[in-house]
Design a protein around this ligand. Sequence first.
Ligand SMILES: *Cc1c(COP(=O)(O)O)cnc(C)c1O
Length: 423
Amino acid sequence: MSNYKTDTLCVQAGYKPETGESRIPQICQSTTFYYGETQAMADLFDLKANGFFYSRLANPTVEALEKKITALEGGAYALGCASGMSAILLTVMTVCGAGDNIVCASEIYGGTYNLFAVTLPKFGIECRFFNADDSAEKINSLIDKNTKLVFAETIANPAIVVLDFDKISAICKQQGVLFAVDNTLATPALCRPAEWGVDIVIHSTTKYMDGHAAALGGMIVDCGTFVFKNNPRYPAFNTPDESYHGLVYADLTVAFGTKCRAQMMRDTGAIMSPQNAFLTYIGSDTLALRMERHSRNAEKVALYLKNHPKIEWVKYAALDDSPYRALAQKYLPNGCGGMMSFGIKGGSKACARFMEALKLVTQETHVADVRSCILHPASTTHRQLSDKQLEEAGIAPNLVRLSVGIEAVEDIISDVENALKSV
Ligand SMILES: *Cc1c(COP(=O)(O)O)cnc(C)c1O
């Protein structure tokens, strides 16, 4: 399956029926699974056999989606989570304990920023932020012996910064630190982080992967590349897990993924529901098609906005004058997706007037679905941040975040055009 191209994997990977079985995965709505023999059950608990026994740990519908996204990302193993946020939390929990730290790009999704900057420190996990444009030396200097994870986003939401994979991956390889990337806004249709030295790929499947604003979900893909064995940075992977029959995770082919499920999923129960896995599975059939259309539409909208006299600036990496143009050409050769941000002349008030005058494009706390939607982060998703934190996260008070959908681009542009008249 892995030799096929993305478009093919979107519709064919993850699930293959046997004769007489349903063509698409069914919603397996069951908490538990029957076993007639005690030994068969014991083998499952010992991870000696594969099988389902309780839907807090694994479920067949969720597994179909896990396998599809594993194939799409070119990874080794994946875990479906209840949301993008739980996927990020479980990733952190799998490698960090009190006293450890994470080194993270500051241009990230607002929810992730809160988790890292406010909530995790309460549990003794420190987060050290760098700016995407910082030099390799500066980023490297943040790493010490307690650094367990380096984290960034392929396309940062809402700052629309494109990640310099090579710069960060070189540091991680040299230091032997795990490199995790949130690939939500690029999706494997536009970028496969595993090809650029990333060890763990994270998704909020709530966004493009589902694509229809129907289901919350998250995914953790273990690319199977990171060597935990005898790496002094990760003693918990190299010593027996007493809560799991003395298992040494570093000895397994999928060390991170197994630990994440066996310990963290077991202890948190943050698994994706079968219903949401089903909806996301169906939605992701058209991922490659949609990403192509999102990208082409967004390129035209960005160009239109850039030439509009009431627009101060536009951030979209496919624009000729974007500082991230070269990185986009390297890492996102097929398009930059539908997300952009722009500044309206006249500040926060002008933004509000513009947004209220839109008819087709709707105001929502959501991005990356088939319908165009728009948000003013400074007054909504990021309102709890101070001016300084806003600046660090790359968010100006007049920043409007636009998620360009797959409608006819002429209709999107004329809606924007009309609404700008009232500014
Ligand atoms: C939305 C989003 C998340 C959080 O995902 P949820 O499914 O809403 O929990 C994480 N990262 C990025 C880049 C996002 O856009």
